[in-house]
Design a protein. Sequence first.
Length: 550
Amino acid sequence: MSIRVSYLLPDSLWRRSVLTSTAYMLTMLLAATAVSADAPGSESEAPIDYARQIKPVLSARCYSCHGPDRRKQENELRLDIRREAVKEAIVPGKSDASPLVARIITHDRDEQMPPHDSGKPRLTPAEVKLIRAWIKQGAKFGKHWAYEKPRRAPLPVVRNRSWPSNAIDHFVAAQHERRKMHATPAAGRRTLIRRLSLDLTGLPPTPKQVAAFLEDKSPKAYEKVIDRLLASPAFGERMAVYWLDLVRFADTNGYLLDGARSVSPYRDYVIGSFNENKPFDQFTIEQIAGDLLPKATVEQKVASAYNRLLMLTAAVAQPKDYLAKYVTDRVSTTSTVWLGSTMGCAECHDHKYDPFTSSDFYSFGAFFADIEERGTYNNFTSMGPLITVASMNQKKKLAELQPEITKAEQAMYQQTPEITKAQAQWLAALATSTKWHIVHPKTATAKNGSKLEVLADGSVAASGPRPATDTYSISVKAPLAKISAVRIEVFPDKALVKGGPGRSYNGNFVLSQFQMTASGATVKLQSPTADYAPQHFEPIRSLNPQPKSG
């Protein structure tokens, strides 16, 4: 088969940040690796790459009995660590004297490796030849390529110097010549623009775009198509598909009833980041801890929603069990996305093939230990804090209206002598017509176990058991006919969690329902207001009979 991997990229593309170019560079590196690796059976004089050529063979045939799993090690022999392998199985520089070679080439069923009853096929002649060459070269071990410091390789010398158009092409051309292969003819212009459009936007080019490319005979015609596609909103959408898959983006929670969740602003953030060519380090920081940045913007807070894209439960559950599930998910996903390595195995045991221990796995979880899992909806949920985010269209409209808003605000806050006088008169009238009277409760009891105590100043303090919900009954003596409103005040207290005013895990206090009776008859209440009411906890909810709203 003939392969040609060639990318003609303009200078403007190479100047783009790591975020935009990562996909192209990764593709090129993989292509270069694939075509430059020595195939089994190649010349023994060529340097053997342990991680790429030898370790996969040993892992597939030998590690099940002579690998890192101590429970399955036969004769206490390990072939995954050099100092152990050279004690019994390998004589560096001397393949014929190495017991490993003798055991993989013997036809004695009692001596051959892998054992005939292991279910593993014997090494092929090409693999045996590769093992021999590796031992002859000193049986050098090495780290996985992912943990080696990248080094720029010199360009190989090729006879056909007219074919390569970039550095990657030199490596491809060298392998072509080495294997006596020839590149396929260059693709036609229609094929080129179709491939390019599908790669960068996921969409085929329109007939008009194809015609324009065919008619453009300038030397930079191809580069102009690249620039146009990179500037298209569809480019960010195409790139975001892969990222959203990795970070497990979904519009539902996954567990139990699989309730919906509104996290589309995060999706828009990712798309916008690719289209804005955001630097990868900034892209990373904002997702891992955007909400912790000083004076975090709404966009940065939205980015940190990455930490809440896991499967969530909004039902009554065992909190500690689900906290462990959430930590596990975040560690596994973050390692896969940002480290490019699977740590999931280390959840249960030290990783067999990567340098991760179970201790590393759970230590990694400390990065996410300050995430507040519980919301304020019921006994246990991981919805977390909610923020209101304008859509893209709303942002555009707000930007258009901002000059008018600024002008209106300036006019609204302009203080004139007439306004000052009118305000003073209104405040004076309010002071004489409204007067709050603090009442001293006669009794205060709790239905579900809380202990209530009436203090000297008339306030009521709760202590003792902390049920998830409770009903407080307070009786007072007051002139009902003269009362126009009732006010409830809650106070912070240093003795409470986070200073109160409530006794929940986060110091919150939710008034689920307020009822008032006089002489056994229910008093009708209306028009509730509150000094503080977060989203979804409007004051009017305190008058309905639903125990889970307030």
